[in-house]
Design a protein around this ligand. Structure first.
Ligand code: SF4
Length: 278
């Protein structure tokens, strides 16, 4: 959907589907998912969106378009120097959950797997996030081809309870598959120690917006330490709009606490799995 994105940990985003069947960020009582909020503005107005957020819609052809984007391997990124040396990193499904029940596996095979595996697609790394890793694992089982090594997979977790998603993520793909966690927006202290030895990358971040849960800087300090001890690359995306440090509110000039120049040095960490892991 966007060849360039402000999201700190990738270069681009693409959406084979638009819309979603919801999660803890979009349900009867909470409606803070950014994709959902944008759909309320543009759904039914812009042809690039699902008519309504809950009406998940396929957009065939977008993944093919993204395969043609230039190869960024070895190119410097002025605004995201931490990405230098990497191939183009494309976040798949930032405006949707493509593993929503209504999306057929055949569509995902044709759009995602075929394009990611194509000659042009293999120049990039595709980072597919879902809050439905169980369905992603079922899709992976259903496939009649190997999971592409340049298709990294992730699930997002917000609470200790939602960390139950991780066990399903571990069943996606095979031993070559790069698996990572997006611990964002983090709502409470979460113990990931059980999973760290098996995870290839961790992204962490606090919540944005007026209803944001507080993010404790100590959570980042702790996860940085744990990732170091397990040799897991770690990436702190942002501290969020409500930050707590040593029990007190901490204020930052950047509205989402996303400027790493303002962070304590020990959490100023933005690492990636090995660039040529695929
Ligand atoms: S699963 Fe993702 S796209 Fe769907 S509502 Fe939740 S945050 Fe939004």
């Amino acid at each position: 959907m966007a060849q360039n994105t402000a999201i700190q940990w990738c270069d681009s985003t693409e959406n084979p589907t638009m819309g979603c069947e919801g999660c803890e960020l979009w349900n009867g009582t909470r409606k803070t998912c950014y994709a959902g909020v944008l759909h309320r503005r543009f759904g039914g107005v812009s042809s690039g969106y699902a008519p309504e957020f809950e009406q998940v819609t396929n957009f065939p052809g977008r993944m093919l378009r993204a395969t043609k984007w230039s190869d960024l391997t070895g190119r410097d990124r002025k605004d995201k120097p931490w990405l230098n040396g990497m191939p183009r990193l494309i976040f798949v499904s930032d405006m949707s959950d493509a593993l929503s029940e209504i999306v057929e596996f055949q569509f995902l095979r044709d759009e995602v797997i075929e394009n990611v595996s194509s000659e042009k697609g293999q120049r990039h790394r595709w980072l597919w996030l879902s809050k439905r890793p169980q369905r992603m694992a079922e899709f992976s089982d259903w496939l009649d081809v190997d999971w592409p090594t340049n298709l990294w997979v992730a699930t997002s977790i917000t609470t200790q309870q939602s960390a139950a998603r991780i066990k399903h993520l571990m069943k996606v793909g095979d031993e070559q598959t790069t698996r990572f966690l997006s611990v964002e927006p983090q709502w409470e202290a979460i113990d990931l120690s059980r999973w760290l030895p098996e995870i290839d990358w961790i992204i962490q971040g606090g919540e944005s917006g007026p209803t944001a849960h507080p993010f404790h800087v100590e959570w980042a300090e702790d996860l940085v330490r744990q990732c170091e001890s397990h040799d897991v690359p770690y990436f702190l995306k942002q501290l969020g709009s409500k930050v707590s440090l040593a029990g007190k509110t901490a204020r930052y000039r950047h509205a989402h606490g996303g400027d790493w120049n303002e962070w304590p040095e020990q959490i100023r960490v933005r690492q990636f799995p090995v660039a040529d892991a695929a």
